[in-house]
Each structure stands twice: as C-alpha cells, then as structure tokens.
Design a binder for this molecule. Sequence first.
Ligand code: FMN
Length: 387
Amino acid sequence: MLTPRRSAEKAVFNLNEFENLARRYLPRAIFGYVQGGADDGSTIAHNRRALDRLRMVPRVLRDVSSCSQQVTLFGQGFASPFMIAPMGASAIIGPDADNAMARAARSARIPYILSANAITPLEEIGRTYPGCWFAGYQKPDESNIERMLGRVADAGFSAYFLTADVAVGSNRENNRRNGYTMPFRPTARLALDLMRHPFWLYRTGWKTFRQRGMPRISNIDPVARPSIFSREISAVTGYAQFSWKHAEMIRRRWKGAFVIKGILSPEDARLAREMGADGIVVSNHGGRQLDCAVSPVETLARIRDVSGGMTLLVDSGFRRGTDIIKGLAMGADGVLIGRPFLYAAALGGEPALRHAINLLQREIHTDMCLMGVADCHSLREQTVISE
Ligand SMILES: Cc1cc2nc3c(=O)[nH]c(=O)nc-3n(C[C@H](O)[C@H](O)[C@H](O)COP(=O)(O)O)c2cc1C
C-alpha cells in the first residue's frame, strides 16, 4: 500500500485529487480550515459553476509544435502562467510548508507569494526564493507601514501584494464546529482529533514544534511575532480602518511592483489604476471572505476594460489547465492557485508540490495545443462562451 506521501506523488492525477487524499490524512480541524469558506460556502460552489459554465471554441490546423506557456509578469520571466497563492499558517498544515512551496516554485520557475500570516519568517523565505513576492495585511498606521515595508524590501522581495478583502475576519462556522480557532485553544476534542491523525501529528505537528518551538505569526508586524496561542493574533484577521489612503501610502513608499489583491468591482479596479498600482488580483479569496460574492471570471472582462496597463491576475477555484486557459482568454495575465498546493505540501512536501506543478503544466500544454494557440498571449484572441 502506498503511504500518503507516495500517493501524493504517484497516485494523484490532477489537482482536485489532492483534496480527497488530504481529507483522509489531516485532522478534521486542520483540513476544515483549508477547505472551508465563509457562511454556507456558496461562493466556493459558485466559483466552480462559473468556471464550468464557460466553454471554449478551439481553432484547428495551426502549427502548435513550438507551443510555449512562458509569461512575463512585472518584468520577470516565468515558465508558466500560474503561481502559488499566499496562504497563512501553512506551516501548521504541512511540514515546513512555506519553504517547501517556495523551493518547488523556484525550481519550476513559477511565482510564489508568501503570506503575512505565515509562521515562517519572511527573511527565511527571502533566502529560499530570492525575489519572490509578499502579501501583507497591514496595520493602518504610517510608521508601521514604513517599517514593515523596510523589512520586506530588506529581505529581497520584489513585489508587494496588499490583501484588501479582509476588512474584518469572515464568518467561518466550519472552523468553530471543528475546533479550529485563532488564537489556538487546546481542547480535549481538538487533542483527540490531532491524536487520531498520527501522519499529521508526527510529520507536521511534532516536527514544526521541534523546528520552531511555539508557532508564531511572523510577518504581520515589523517586530512582534505573536504566538498562535496569544490573544494578540485575533487582531490579524483584518483591519477595519484600512482604506485607499493607506494603500496610497504603501504605493508611495514601495519601490517594487505593487499589487492589490481581492478586487471584484470594476470601480475598485479603476481606483487601483489611478493610484498607481502595477497590478490587481481579481479574487473572492477562494470563497473565504464574503459569501455570495460574484465569481472573478464573471467580472474579469469588465475589469479588463478599465485596467489600463495594469497586470491582471485572477484566482478562486482554478484547478485544471482548461481553467487557466479560460482565465487567460478572458483577459488575465496569470492565475493564483491556493488549496491544492497546500494539500500537496501537507501530504508529500516538495516532491508532491513538484508533481502538482508538473500535472498542471502538462494539462496547460495539452489544452493550449488543442485550442490551436502557440503562446499565452494568443489566447486573448480565442473565444470563450458562457452557457
Ligand atoms: C488556508 C488558506 C489561507 C489563506 N491565507 C491567505 C492570506 O494569508 N493572505 C491572502 O491574501 N490570501 C489568503 N488566502 C487566499 C488565497 O491567497 C487565494 O486567494 C485563494 O486560496 C484562491 O482560491 P483557491 O484556494 O480556490 O485556489 C488563503 C487561502 C487558504 C486556502
């Protein structure tokens, strides 16, 4: 019988399948935190429906023998048009998960975005993948913004993503039901759940504790690193006073590429362009913030019309090569993928992540050839029809 680790490398044939495997081996509280969404989870289901409703019109008899999926984003060349999304607390989901994702992304030449809510200090990731990208939730005061940006720049990150769709933490009933809380509260039920999952308990729980001691949220503040058990971290779910004024402060001080993540309205895309953002991520946070939000692919074309020269990234529910192609054909320059990469990291670390990246690269190659396009740019001319 294959171990979870070997299964994640050998017996998973597409990105969706990591979820089924992870459900078996992760504690209920941990799996639920990754998989779940806000309220009834209707946005998660809707993201899939919106992508599935899109149908493509392929072209034939075009020479696609030199098909290439390379893209250039913010002046950097990458092997593929997808990247690993920022995901908080990853190192308690899988062993050393932030480093594993950064290493796998670096060796595959795709972007990796580290979350402010990560347990791994950003300086460490800056060494693992020099020039990779950072996604901040920023305390809205000028001196904090200044010092935090200094820390991110000193660590060598080349792009700063501002996570903008987290004015407050969302309603995640599944977390409460499963006993996943931030700050972490040990309960008999949670202890039983963790003990019933020895694969996670040894490979991630114990090893993370041995490697880092008490897990801490490391990148939310220029100096403080609150433990996941401390009450201070309830503040990191969002900052209600944060506004465009603070985004402008970041824009003025940050020299690299500046991207606003979590935009769904064409009007907000226009504001982002006018304040000098280099890009936006059209996203509903994978259905984890506002339930009943519109799906990014439903609003992408209208956002493209007002985005001027900004780079357009998109995420939420993208899993297949065909999903990526739909996103690009509708105007995106690249696609972020979240949960499947975190499941892969939890199950099989860097080798499983490399397998996940390969699977998607192969699907994109096949689908581009079947669409009759030889490069990502030409996808823009392809027809996508909504049923
Ligand atoms: C476990 C988890 C943690 C996340 N943490 C963050 C975060 O700290 N910052 C952020 O901007 N987005 C965060 N996200 C959202 C992702 O960056 C991304 O928008 C979303 O996962 C994309 O949807 P997908 O998982 O369906 O691919 C998180 C998502 C997950 C699943």
